[in-house]
Design a protein around this ligand. Structure first.
Ligand SMILES: N[C@@H](CCC[C@H](N)C(=O)O)C(=O)O
Length: 279
């Protein structure tokens, strides 16, 4: 599947008979047909009132606590399997509520943002995470030194730029920022240009996956970080290279993300997924 071009492989393991690992996920990601940015493995529910437990892998085999675009894809998959329009799923980042918003749109309640330095997490204490000072040797652009940081189930750093994010070589400095020592669990890196109080243009370098056409959690992170800085309203359209997402940071602190899903193909993974076999 994909969510605005963010390549998602939804793997149905609801029978509870098999288990995915980071190493196997990397093997599947190396397959020509099965390449993905995130794999969403759907297991039987572990908690009362939930439809499934979903484990998320990046294509480097690392585990992610949240994936906004992938959650909309899982929502469609579970909606088709169960007929339910509304459900709760469990991820490593917490419980997520999903609503069918009609016309091939899904809304996900992504939960509450976390702003404390140790919740991001950061390697050292910062009292104010709306803008932290970073020492970044090899990067010459001065705007790239004071990101806002927020955790929305996974860690994000947002660098505010006045001009078009396309003007920056994110492919070059994305990996440096993702692996900056201030981020002990690495971070997803966004460049954000506020175009209007209800519109932000964003490009994302994803932790564990690299440059992407869209990142749902980055859209959530940028939306709340912009409103927190007073740059925008609490309801914004986020323009990503793959298309738009609607983000609303509600008065009860929950973030709602609304966007589409796309089904590309369906198939069965080979039973033998040993790492030396290309999927
Ligand atoms: N594409 C995702 C985010 C995936 C997880 C991220 N790379 C991480 O490691 O935190 C999205 O749509 O949110």
């Amino acid at each position: 599947m994909n969510g605005l071009g963010n390549e998602i492989l939804v793997v149905d393991m609801r029978d509870g008979a098999s288990t995915m690992t980071g190493e196997l996920a990397r093997t599947v990601a190396a397959g020509e047909r099965t390449a993905f940015e995130q794999m969403m493995v759907v297991y039987p529910p572990r908690a009362d009132g939930t439809e499934a437990y979903v484990k998320i892998y990046n294509n480097d085999g690392s585990v992610a606590g949240a994936c906004g675009n992938g959650t909309r894809c899982v929502a469609h998959f579970l909606n088709r399997a169960t007929g339910k329009d509304r459900m709760t799923i469990e991820t490593d980042g917490g419980l997520l509520e999903i609503f069918n918003a009609g016309e091939e749109l899904i809304t996900v309640d992504m939960g509450k943002p976390r702003f404390d330095w140790n919740q991001i997490p950061l390697a050292e204490e910062f009292a104010d995470t709306t803008g932290i000072e970073l020492q970044i040797g090899p990067i010459d652009a001065p705007v790239l030194h004071t990101p806002s940081v927020v955790n929305v189930g996974n860690p994000h750093a947002i660098f505010w730029v006045k001009d078009d994010p396309d003007n920056y070589d994110l492919g070059r400095f994305g990996p440096l920022l993702e692996n900056h020592p201030i981020f002990p669990e690495r971070a997803n890196i966004s460049l954000a240009q506020v175009l209007a109080p209800d519109c932000i243009k964003v490009r994302v370098w994803e932790r564990g996956a690299g440059l992407t056409l869209a990142c749902g959690t980055a859209a959530c992170a940028v939306g709340v970080a912009a409103a927190r800085k007073g740059l925008t309203d609490r309801r914004v359209g986020i323009q990503l290279p793959g298309g738009p997402l609607e983000i609303e940071w509600r008065a009860d602190d929950h973030i709602l993300m609304t966007g589409p899903w796309t089904l590309e193909w369906e198939g069965t993974l080979p039973a033998d997924l040993s790492p030396d076999r290309a999927a």
